[in-house]
Design a protein around this ligand. Structure first.
Ligand code: ATP
Ligand code: MG
Length: 291
């Protein structure tokens, strides 16, 4: 059963194991052609991360540092584990039975291990916001959508309004909704609803924002607004974006990671990744000569 939090997330399709097996064998011996650590500070450090859905291992030994106040794009074919990796960051997997993490995701500067059993998943969802493929506005007013997390955190009534306005301004939506705050969120356009979801995630002042194909349901103009917003928001937060759109990855991200069959194949500065990837598999994927 999907939760309210995940409503609208399309989930992942299964990659045909037969097609990938040969390549997986080739990739396994030479994975992590990592361009070393990112320059500047590290916000989140994924170390030896394995993840299991029951007996299916969806993530295999992921080691990846996410640079602070940068946008990192995660690319790779359907079913390679992009969404699974993203969902580890805010512990959404905990909402489902028979899921298991191994390894660590260290969040800086606190040093907390996000996937440790003793770490509170609800707190992680406040500190690390997520925006899904399809806008998942709640059946509430525009205002109450943004106030949602603040109310959960027990924000004093007197300060909720100011924080809602600030989040809507940061999401570049305030001018379009300031006269209809009490109207249903469902009366907004798809692009506006996606920015509302971003405002809702921003309201609790998160340290990171995760975007899982945030524009695949939007037209080019709404897409550009979201991309511009992502560019602005990296001043405030560290961003990870999963996208199938190579141009989008090239436009919005500073660094790119390429995944294949649950493994990290390569990560580097985005410019290098697209102009001169280290791995043949990466080159085949980004040039569309795959499979
Ligand atoms: N809830 C689940 N239960 C069992 N297996 C799952 C579940 N969700 C995903 N998987 C499997 O885990 C693997 C990784 O899936 P994931 O959704 O992370 O891929 P993805 O890279 O995001 O793909 P897409 O680009 O299609 O969204 C796939 O083999 C998928 O079938
Ligand atoms: Mg996915």
């Amino acid at each position: 059963m999907r939760t309210e939090l995940e409503q609208g997330d399309a989930g992942g399709a299964r990659l045909d194991d037969g097609v990938g097996a040969a390549r997986a064998g080739a990739a396994a011996g030479r994975r992590r052609a990592d361009d070393a650590a990112p320059s500047g500070g590290v916000k989140a450090d994924v170390q030896g991360l394995n993840f299991f859905y029951g007996s299916l291992q969806a993530l295999k030994g992921i080691d990846l540092a996410f640079a602070a106040n940068r946008v990192t794009a995660i690319i790779g074919p359907s079913g390679c584990g992009k969404s699974t990796l993203l969902r580890c960051f805010n512990r959404i997997h905990d909402l489902y039975p028979d899921t298991r993490y191994e390894g660590r995701i260290i969040l800086q500067p606190s040093g907390v291990n996000i996937v440790a059993p003793e770490t509170d998943p609800v707190e992680m969802r406040m500190r690390i916001g997520m925006v899904f493929q399809k806008p998942n506005a709640f059946p509430k007013s525009v205002f109450e959508n943004v106030a949602f997390g603040l109310r959960l955190l027990g924000e004093p009534k007197a300060s909720v309004g100011g924080k809602v306005e600030r989040a809507l301004r940061s999401a570049a939506l305030w001018d379009e909704v300031k006269d209809r705050l009490s109207g249903s969120a469902y009366t907004l356009s798809g692009g506006q609803q996606q920015r509302l979801c971003i405002a809702r995630a921003l309201a609790t002042d998160p340290e990171m924002l995760l975007f899982d194909e945030p524009t695949s349901a939007l037209d080019p103009i709404a897409t550009q607004k979201i991309e511009d917003l992502i560019f602005e928001l990296k001043r405030q937060v560290t961003i990870i974006i999963v996208t199938h759109n190579m141009q989008q990855a090239a436009r919005v991200s500073d660094r790119t990671a390429f995944m294949y069959l649950g493994e990290l194949v390569e990560t580097s500065e985005t410019k290098k990744m697209f102009e001169n990837p280290s791995e043949k598999l990466t080159e085949e994927y980004i040039t569309g000569h795959f499979g």
